[in-house]
Design a binder for this molecule. Structure first.
Ligand SMILES: Nc1nc2c(c(=O)[nH]1)N(C=O)[C@@H](CNc1ccc(C(=O)N[C@@H](CCC(=O)O)C(=O)O)cc1)CN2
Ligand SMILES: Nc1ncnc2c1ncn2[C@@H]1O[C@H](COP(=O)(O)OP(=O)(O)OP(=O)(O)O)[C@@H](O)[C@H]1O
Length: 193
């Protein structure tokens, strides 16, 4: 089983501030991977889900956290993405695959609640091609997540906490970012060895 035992978190070291930020490139995902030295060929990408948690206290000793889970639904012709509620693991596993091999509800499936039309989100597990120590994220270059986080900030719940799970191939020296890029709150990564 894969474990993510290390983290780059909120407390930045002295070399982990935003000094090194450089302009965003308009490069393709392949060019972006090459330029940053991080490698993700789609076979090792951690999954993307988001959730809203409810604490159910069963007894003073037992706390159960229940979560409403959502998956992304992106529009390939724009930078618009929604987060739609899923009902179970089996529900996720039976969603249709897009041309990018991402499972998401079909366009005509209007039965699902959108997170920002209801209670908002507590947490997003962020996908990405690569991540650096300043917790910058290299995405697929369409701005889906940065735009979605902007929308979250306008919701009463505010911006959800963001965590990325990174395989070692996805750890980069420096990810190119611009003013729109929202740093990840915490990057959990596996052993770099
Ligand atoms: N698991 C997972 N879900 C995710 C993402 C992700 O990276 N991983 N996304 C993270 O954002 C969003 C989907 N990102 C996408 C980004 C670009 C294109 C796209 O249509 N690309 C162009 C080609 C671009 C190029 O190669 O230059 C195309 O296919 O025409 C599709 C989806 C939402 N859900
Ligand atoms: N909130 C925003 N408002 C306006 N433009 C934005 C916003 N977020 C990103 N952009 C623009 O969208 C383009 C793509 O952004 P970027 O390269 O950061 O995408 P990405 O994070 O890699 O993509 P994705 O989230 O889809 O994986 C850039 O030109 C960026 O300036």
């Amino acid at each position: 089983m894969m474990t993510f035992q290390h983290s780059w978190g909120q407390q930045r070291g002295k070399n982990e501030d935003e000094n090194g930020r450089i302009a965003s490139s308009k490069a393709s995902p392949e060019e972006r991977s090459k330029a940053t030295g991080c490698h993700s060929d789609g076979r090792r990408e951690t999954t993307a889900v988001s959730g809203r948690f409810t604490e159910v206290v069963q007894s003073p000793q037992v706390h159960v956290l229940s979560a409403d889970c959502c998956v992304s639904e992106y529009e390939s012709t724009s930078s618009h993405m929604d987060m739609l509620k899923v009902n179970s693991l089996q529900d996720i596993e039976t969603l249709p695959l897009t041309s990018w091999n991402i499972r998401q509800p079909a366009k005509e499936d209007d039965s699902r609640e959108e997170a920002l039309a209801s209670g908002g989100l507590d947490l997003i597990l962020m996908p990405g091609l690569g991540f650096d120590r300043a917790r910058n994220r290299l995405g697929r270059g369409k701005g889906f997540y940065d735009n979605y986080l902007e929308r979250c900030k306008k919701h009463p719940k505010g911006k959800p906490y963001t965590i990325a799970l990174a395989f070692k191939e996805q750890l980069c020296e420096k990810v190119p970012v611009d003013n729109h890029d929202v740093p990840i709150d915490e990057v959990l990564y596996e052993d770099e060895k």
